[in-house]
Design a protein around this ligand. Structure first.
Ligand code: NI
Length: 229
C-alpha cells in the first residue's frame, strides 16, 4: 500500500525544523547505505548523533504520535529514529535501490527495526525545487511522488525506488522505516480500509449503533489475530 499522509507537521513545526536545518552541518549520505544502494546514492545527510538531528527527530516523532491516519495505516510497533537528507547541487539523486530489510538503531538505544514500511516526509515546498520526485516501482506502475512540505508518503519497504535528480534548488526531507505490528501488507491494508470506513460510519450513524459496535469488535478481533506486539 502506498499512502499520502497529509499534514504530519504543521506550519509552526515546519518553521522550527527549517531553522534547525539551516544551522546544521551536512555529511555524505552513503554512511547509512547498504552495499548495493551506496553505488546509487548521491546526496547529503545529517549525522545521526548530531544535536540538530536529535532535535528534528523529536519534532517528527511528535507529529507522528498525534496522527490518527498514520497510526491506522502503519500500526507501528517500532519506528527507526528519523534521518534527514538533502538533494541539490552536485549531490542531487539516488538511483534505483531497495532498502535493507533490517536496520540497526544507532547509538546506545540498541535494537533492530524490520523495515515493513518506508517513509519520506517532505520538508521543502515543491515549488522551491525542480526534480526530486520519489519514484516507487510497483506492479501497478511507478508513481512519481512530490508532496507539499509537512506531508509524508508511506510505501512498502519491499519496493524498488529512487529519487530523481534535483536540477534547481534543494529538496530536504526526513526518511525512516517502520516495523508494523502487522507484518503482512495485505492484512495491514485490509485493517486500514476497515478502520477508515468505520470512522465514516461512526460519523453518519453514531458511536452507539449496534452494527458500529459489532463491526468495531470485528476490527479488533482481526487486529488481535494478526498483531505481534
Ligand atoms: Ni531507499
Amino acid at each position: 500500500m502506498l499512502l499520502h499522509v497529509k499534514e504530519v507537521l504543521n506550519a509552526d513545526e515546519l518553521r522550527e525544523a527549517r531553522a534547525i536545518l539551516k544551522r546544521a552541518t551536512w555529511g555524505d549520505g552513503r554512511v547509512t547505505a547498504g552495499v548495493q544502494s551506496a553505488q546509487a546514492k548521491n546526496n547529503e545527510q545529517l549525522p545521526q548523533d548530531s544535536a540538530e538531528a536529535r532535535a528534528l527527530q523529536q519534532i517528527v516523532l511528535g507529529g507522528l504520535n498525534r496522527h490518527a491516519v498514520f497510526f491506522s495505516a502503519a500500526l507501528p510497533k517500532r519506528v527507526f529514529p528519523p534521518l534527514f537528507n538533502r538533494y541539490g547541487g552536485d549531490a542531487n539523486a539516488f538511483g534505483s535501490h531497495v532498502d535493507n530489510a533490517v536496520r540497526f538503531i544507532p547509538g546506545g538505544q540498541g535494537g533492530r527495526v524490520r523495515t515493513d514500511l518506508s517513509c519520506t516526509l517532505f520538508l521543502t515546498d515543491p515549488d522551491a525545487y525542480d526534480g526530486g520526485e520519489l519514484v516507487v516501482e510497483d506492479t501497478f506502475g511507478a508513481p512519481r511522488i512530490k508532496l507539499p512540505a509537512g506531508d509524508m508518503v508511506l510505501y512498502p519497504g519491499t519496493s524498488v525506488h529512487r529519487v530523481e535528480p534535483v536540477t534547481r534548488g534543494a529538496r530536504l526531507a526526513s526518511f525512516f522505516w517502520i516495523e508494523s505490528m502487522v507484518r503482512s501488507d495485505e492484512a495491514r491494508r485490509l485493517l486500514f480500509e476497515m478502520d477508515s470506513h468505520l470512522m465514516r460510519l461512526r460519523t453518519s450513524v453514531g458511536e452507539t449503533d449496534p452494527a458500529v459496535i459489532g463491526l468495531t469488535g470485528a476490527y479488533h478481533d482481526l487486529l488481535r489475530m494478526w498483531a505481534d506486539v
